[in-house]
Design a protein around this ligand. Structure first.
Ligand code: UDP
Length: 312
């Protein structure tokens, strides 16, 4: 099968490519960043993967047949997308249009990776797919949240007008090997601070909660959704186990055996107080649920970041 992965150099993209290659698929990555000799790029270079350097904000034509398109390209770290709000909004709107046009022209199936952020600061716990969310349309997160919401709407519009074969997954907080140490998200921040014995930075008082899903589980969920028949979604992919940011800081300090102190910094605006997926639908339709416990996932991730420090 020939499969396109947009954003194949990103955290989830790289892990997905690795998985698809292990199943002997022909994988073509579209990413605006070129392959470099850094970190995990080396592995993709060696795998003989087809690689197209292209910014999906511009339309693209590709020769030959395409069976499936995993559309992952987007900044996803709040740090990152708040620094580049226009680029983020256009990637998820224009970029998604361009990928839908590609899917339509090739008669390919397209899976859109949406996000738990579309639920905003939810008033309903846990969040089911039929919850419409509580979103600030003009806040510092809106470039990402609203463009992902628009992306979902556009995907459904292509399906209703052109019968394009589409799927939507809503991915909750993910972590694991392959995330940049300076990505800015909480688990990579805390682990990298702890292994340097630097202060661990909690934003706010740390009572806000999240549910963290290990990357291998996320990839398995996305893959199952892509290959499920007669099911468009949206479907939540995440780990229902909920934990406060303060507890996760202490757990990481314990697992790394670090001497780090905790420092409390200002809570960013519109930071959701509580987020946790209801995965009943994924269990039912995809026979999927996370397998890796938080402690096990953190141990693997700590090992990854420690090795990365040594190899640099
Ligand atoms: N956070 C924190 N310290 C950090 C990074 C993040 O306390 O160094 C908090 C952040 O304010 C949020 C939670 O951890 O409440 C998860 O943040 P992340 O950026 O990983 O993803 P989000 O769920 O906010 O999209």
């Amino acid at each position: 099968m020939r499969i396109i992965v947009t954003g194949g150099l990103g955290f989830l993209g790289f892990n997905l490519c690795r998985y698809l290659l292990s199943l002997n698929n022909e994988v073509t990555v579209i990413d605006r960043f070129g392959l470099s000799d850094k970190d995990h790029h080396k592995e993709l270079c060696k795998s003989g993967i087809e690689y197209i350097v292209h910014d999906i904000i511009e339309p693209i034509e590709i020769d030959g047949k395409i069976d499936q398109i995993y559309h992952l390209a987007s900044r996803a770290s709040p740090n990152d997308y708040q620094k580049y709000p226009i680029d983020t909004a256009l990637t998820n709107s224009l970029g998604t249009k361009n990928m839908l046009d590609l899917a339509k022209g090739k008669n390919a199936r397209l899976l859109f990776t949406s996000t738990s952020e579309i639920y905003g600061d939810p008033q309903v716990y846990p969040q089911r797919e039929d919850y419409f969310g509580n979103v600030n349309p003009i806040g510092i997160r809106s470039c990402y949240v609203e463009s992902k919401r628009f992306g979902e709407a556009l995907v459904m519009a292509y399906h209703s007008v052109f019968r394009t074969d589409v799927k939507i997954v809503r991915i909750f907080n993910a972590y694991g090997p392959g995330m940049r140490p300076d990505d800015g998200r909480v688990i990579s921040n805390f682990i990298n601070q702890a292994i340097k014995s630097a202060p661990v930075t909690i934003y706010g008082n740390g009572t806000q909660t999240r549910s963290f899903c290990y990357v291998d589980d996320v990839i398995e969920g996305i893959y199952r959704m892509m290959n499920a028949e007669s099911f468009i979604g949206p479907v939540n992919i995440g780990n229902p186990y909920n934990i406060s940011i303060k507890k996760i800081a202490n757990l990481i300090i314990k697992l790394t055996d670090a001497k780090s102190k905790i420092v409390y910094l200002e809570l960013p605006k519109d930071d959701p107080i509580r987020r946790s997926p209801d995965i009943t639908l994924a269990r039912l339709r995809l026979n999927w649920e996370p397998k890796i416990s938080l402690t096990e996932g953190l141990k693997r991730t700590i090992k990854y970041y420690k090795n990365l420090r040594v190899s640099r």
